[in-house]
Design a binder for this molecule. Structure first.
Ligand SMILES: Nc1nc2c(c(=O)[nH]1)N[C@H]1C(S)=C(S)[C@@H](COP(=O)(O)OP(=O)(O)OC[C@H]3O[C@@H](n4cnc5c(=O)[nH]c(N)nc54)[C@H](O)[C@@H]3O)O[C@H]1N2
Ligand SMILES: Nc1nc2c(c(=O)[nH]1)N[C@H]1C(S)=C(S)[C@@H](COP(=O)(O)OP(=O)(O)OC[C@H]3O[C@@H](n4cnc5c(=O)[nH]c(N)nc54)[C@H](O)[C@@H]3O)O[C@H]1N2
Ligand SMILES: [Mo]
Length: 757
């Protein structure tokens, strides 16, 4: 700070590996993409039929006009259709901060308003979140409860990493990161003597310093590879039958599937090699090595973000059980070490509080990634984890803190579905594609412009997130926006409980203080904490391996599965009768992979991973993200041979396309990819070259115009972006300019025109 004004951001002094993503955000706070006033789409104001959401100019209005209209519309929809016609899932990360967390705010508001249709799961690990509890009876091992780095280092001899452990993803964690511990944790394993195998279509999913062997399999074929390994363990009698007898159920049926006793197909390394294109001899040798060394199976979240994404997780657990190392310091399995910061930390001693959301009287919900299906099929049915859900008939969408026109698959389909409700309200700070697809846009502050407490699970710091400057224009905190709305709707007291921002921060801090005092770690009073910037807690539990207590005593510490054991075979899942997710792990070729008939037409497999230089779509307009876009366009990485075969050179503008859509990107040639695999990070702001045309050319490089909008299976209905085939060609003709970061057309209309409504 200089003269009371912020001059720059510096990393936290306690952080050994700070992320560069945040450091120049302040410079971009006044980007033209910032929303500084409430806006209403002109077509909505004029009640015009036949206009397309996402293509209409906006009319700036004052807060009272905007909020009166929102309150009127909520009242009308409730009266005519009930609260079950309001979709308030509002999925998205928003920003760090316990109080201003947009999704919590909007859920609390809609609960006060009588409820809303919600969504369950997330885009991150939905398939894992549903299948893992069927297998081990808990969701621990997905986001929390992992064997910590400190126990892996020195115990693990061989780390087999499915999808690598890309350190770029460990930069971030929901709620914020105090210490970025993953880089040192992983390197400590290396220094302590572990060797690494990176099983991934992409070499740099594993840090170079690991010296990992790279097995460049075809995407989405990891289950076949693991089945090939399992077959060797069975054929050579090298699996741990004592472990399987004592701690698991269902192995015999699984074994019959692997040996072919069940279906006549032996899943041996030759079978697996034909699918994965990893040589059979290498699969056989790896199986033997895994049976001889203390082996840890690390699998990232990306693998289950694909059709039949439940299977790699179920199969990884099965393989780890066959090796017998589950519950021991260096053995077993873990999901997501390279998927977010804090995984592999020793867990913190208290649970951080969050803003209470109240209760939702509406029962209806959807699996989060089924939003377009819901909007397109009111009254239709969707199967989900043994239930049949009916899609509600949604009339009003309320979104704050998420960007579905970034995060959802098959955006052209979402655009079509998004036209159906009568009203869309979006609270946003920036003119994202989602804001542009709203009828009523309410400008929200960013974390720079308000006070908050930042802390996250798997981290031991609570930080004071200080307001640095005033919001530009008329932007308000989500809390203030929703507070003013709740006053109009008659439930202000219930929503605010009479508390200001400062009161809520003290209220939250008191809960933290009480929790800390109860474990003998008294914290300073609020004002002292606020001035000092942060407080730290010390872990109190002894570090233990994942499922260690279960291993020690499987009777006293039975798992939450029906059998109390690890379910290699699940009667519960079998009883659902899903052919796309039977009662034990199995290999099923997805609709889109390199071995599919469709590959004749679209011969490249697209991986759309998390971006190294931004948080999803957030701050894509900031310098750090823009610096990675030659010519302002998102790069698509491809193998030099694939490029040469298409006459494509480094930096060429290329058209990436399939039956769902097409986009322009900047070719980036790299032999870090397996041939026939191409890679684009998610998050480039959706920028249709003609917004009036649904399905037309996207000119900035948002991969979700290409990805399929299908559930992983009837079990989890998770998102499947990583099962996606495309073709690429050099783009010829005049290259359209990228306009993603320019605000939409803003017009003013006369009072008479506006009153048409
Ligand atoms: N193809 C493909 N698609 C994917 C993925 C993939 O791997 N491949 N990954 C998926 C995953 S795992 C995830 S988690 C999702 C992420 O999807 P999202 O969480 O929707 O993505 P973000 O870009 O973080 O969007 C958050 C939005 O909230 C806004 N925002 C931030 N703070 C505030 C606030 O305080 N108030 C309000 N009102 N708004 C705020 C930001 O400006 C931003 O537009 O994407 C998914 N999509
Ligand atoms: N910098 C940064 N970090 C982030 C985020 C961000 O936006 N920016 N987002 C965070 C969020 S919300 C999440 S959920 C996590 C996601 O974390 P992940 O889901 O683990 O990460 P991704 O980057 O989608 O994918 C990691 C790698 O998996 C590999 N992969 C994909 N499909 C397959 C497959 O079929 N087989 C094999 N073997 N490998 C495959 C790809 O090569 C890809 O590079 O990241 C978090 N971390
Ligand atoms: Mo995520």
């Amino acid at each position: 700070m200089r003269d009371g004004r912020p001059t720059g951001l510096i990393p936290f002094e306690r952080d050994p590996a700070p992320s560069p993503i945040g450091l120049d955000l302040m410079a971009d706070r006044l980007s033209p993409a910032r929303i500084t006033r409430p806006h209403i789409s002109r077509a909505y104001l004029q009640k015009r039929q036949g206009s397309i959401r996402g293509a209409e100019p906006f009319v700036p209005v004052d807060w009272d006009t905007a909020l009166d209209l929102v309150a009127e519309e909520i009242t009308a929809v409730r009266a005519e259709f009930g609260n079950g016609a309001i979709f308030g899932g509002s999925y998205g990360w928003s920003s760090a901060g316990r109080f201003h967390h947009a999704q919590s705010q909007v859920h609390r508001f809609l609960n006060c308003a009588g409820g809303y249709v919600r969504s369950v799961q997330n885009y991150s690990f939905a398939a894992g979140d549903v299948v893992v509890p069927h297998v081990v009876g808990t969701t621990r091992g997905l986001v929390t409860g992992h064997t910590p780095w400190t126990l892996l280092a020195g115990s693990t001899e061989l780390m087999v990493m499915f999808g690598g452990i890309p350190l770029r993803n460990t930069q971030v964690n929901a709620g914020g990161v105090g210490r970025h511990a993953a880089p040192e944790g992983l390197l400590e394993c290396r220094r302590a003597g572990a060797s690494f195998v990176n099983i991934s279509p992409i070499r740099d999913d594993a840090a170079e310093e690991l010296g990992a062997e790279w097995l460049a399999l075809r995407p989405n074929t990891d289950v076949a590879l693991m089945l090939g390994i399992a077959e060797v363990l069975i054929a050579e009698g090298r699996y741990d039958s004592d472990f399987l007898d004592r701690y698991t159920v269902g192995f015999e049926r699984f074994k019959a599937y692997v040996t072919g006793a069940e279906d006549g197909v032996r899943k041996d390394p030759e079978w697996a090699a034909a699918i994965t294109q990893i040589p059979a001899a290498r699969i056989r040798a790896l199986a033997l090595e895994m049976s001889q060394k203390r082996t840890f199976i690390a699998m990232n979240w990306a693998l289950q973000r694909a059709q039949y994404g439940e299977q790699p997780y179920w199969m990884a657990i099965t393989l780890a059980a066959m090796l017998g190392g589950i519950g021991q310091p260096g053995g077993g399995f873990g999901f997501g070490y390279g998927s977010a910061g804090g995984i592999g930390n020793v867990p913190g001693p208290i649970k951080w509080p969050s803003l209470p959301q109240g209760t939702n009287p509406v029962r209806a919900f959807i699996p989060v990634a089924r939003i377009a299906d819901m909007l397109l099929n009111p009254g239709g049915t969707v199967e989900y984890d043994g239930q049949a859900l009916t899609y509600p008939d949604i009339r009003l969408i309320y979104w704050a803190g998420g960007n579905p026109f970034h995060h959802h698959q098959d955006l052209n389909r979402l655009r079509r579905a998004w036209q159906r409700p009568r009203t869309v309200v979006v609270q946003e700070s920036w003119w994202t594609a989602t804001a542009r697809h709203a009828d009523i846009v309410l400008p929200a502050t960013t974390f720079f412009e308000r006070n908050d407490l930042a802390c996250s699970s798997r981290d031991n710091f609570v930080s004071a997130s200080h307001k640095l400057f005033d919001a530009p224009g008329e932007a308000l905190d989500d809390y203030e926006i929703l507070g003013r709305l709740s006053a109009r709707l008659g439930f202000e007291d219930a929503f605010t409980e009479g508390r200001s921002e400062g009161d809520w921060l003290r209220w939250l801090y008191r809960i933290i203080e009480e929790g800390a005092a109860a474990i003998g770690q008294p914290l300073p009073p609020f004002d002292e904490f606020w001035a000092s910037g942060y407080a730290e807690l010390t872990p109190t539990v002894a570090s233990e391996a994942y499922l260690e207590r279960f291993r020690t005593d499987p009777v006293a510490n039975r798992l939450g599965t029906p059998s109390g054991l690890i379910e290699i075979g699940s009667e519960a899942v079998r009883s659902f009768g899903y052919d796309d997710c039977p009662g034990r792990p199995n290999w099923r070729p997805p609709l889109e992979w390199l071995g599919a008939p469709l590959a004749a037409q679209y011969p490249l497999h697209l991986m759309s991973n998390q971006p190294a230089r931004r948080l999803h779509s957030q701050w894509d307009h900031a310098r750090y993200s823009r610096e990675s876009k030659p010519g302002g366009r998102e790069p698509v990485r491809m193998h030099p041979d694939d490029a040469a075969a298409r006459g494509i050179a480094q930096g060429d503008v290329v058209r990436v396309f399939n039956g769902r859509g097409s986009l322009l990107a900047s070719a980036d040639l790299s032999d870090a990819l397996r041939p026939q695999v191409v890679q684009m990070a998610t998050g480039a702001w959706f920028d249709p070259s003609d917004p009036q045309e649904i399905g037309g050319l996207e000119r900035h490089g948002n991969p979700n115009v290409l990805t399929p909008d299908i559930g992983t299976s009837r079990l989890a209905q998770g998102p499947s972006p990583n099962s996606c085939l495309v073709q690429i060609e050099k783009f010829v003709g005049p290259v359209p300019p990228v306009r993603a970061f320019e605000p939409p057309q803003v017009v003013s209309i006369s009072e008479r025109e506006g009153r048409a409504r």
